[in-house]
Write a new protein. Structure first.
Length: 115
């Protein structure tokens, strides 16, 4: 079982350290739900944004706690151009799953469209 040292586990790495100036293209937005007693509830607590870097094409999720999504699925589907987005106060954290795997979580304070 992999273990993360407390020093690393509590570290927050700026998303910009990963993207290194690459533009982020929005691919998809999905709701994030709260969990009660390890069961998903119907309460939406934010949205997960699937983005892809425009340089290396790395794909990842960024969670934002928000009452409303940036765009609807229909708006994303109707867009002919790439939707470049910017995250504010976005940080990467490492965590260990119940299986002992080390995973990455990315969370941001907000998201906006870039012009």
């Amino acid at each position: 079982m992999a273990r993360i040292s407390p020093l690393i586990r509590d570290m927050e790495i700026p998303l910009s350290a990963l993207t290194k100036g690459a533009g982020l293209i929005l691919i998809e937005i999905k709701p994030t739900y709260s969990y009660v007693n390890q069961q998903r509830s119907d309460t939406i607590v934010g949205y997960s944004h699937t983005v892809v870097e425009d340089k290396k094409f790395n794909r990842f999720l960024v969670k934002v706690d928000s009452a409303t999504p940036l765009l609807t699925e229909e708006q994303i589907a109707k867009t002919k151009d790439h939707l470049y987005v910017k995250f504010e106060n976005a940080f990467i954290k490492l965590y260990t799953t119940q299986n002992g795997d080390v995973e990455v979580s990315i969370k941001a304070a907000s998201i906006s469209l870039q012009k």
